[in-house]
Design a binder for this molecule. Sequence first.
Ligand SMILES: [Zn+2]
Length: 97
Amino acid sequence: MKFFYCLGCHDIQALHFEWRRCFCGESSGRYLEDHRTAEYRGRALALGLRNSELTRLTRFMREVRGTAHDSSTEFEMSLFEIPWTSKWVRKVQDAGT
Ligand SMILES: [Zn+2]
């Protein structure tokens, strides 16, 4: 799963197939039709969350928290920066809509 982090307003947005803008509007991003490659514009960093982390979270919610809605135990996940040299991200100049 990919996100972008706007260096202007510090907003983080999850990507979808339509353009999504940050809070200040300086940065935006979206997924391309291949469902894997993302494009961004503005002063932003590309971030990723491994799908295996989401699987672990789902398992944690089911097995540790169960149905008790006990929120006393934290679950930690890590985002990582996707370098601009990655084939899975493109920096574009044109503003998204
Ligand atoms: Zn912003």
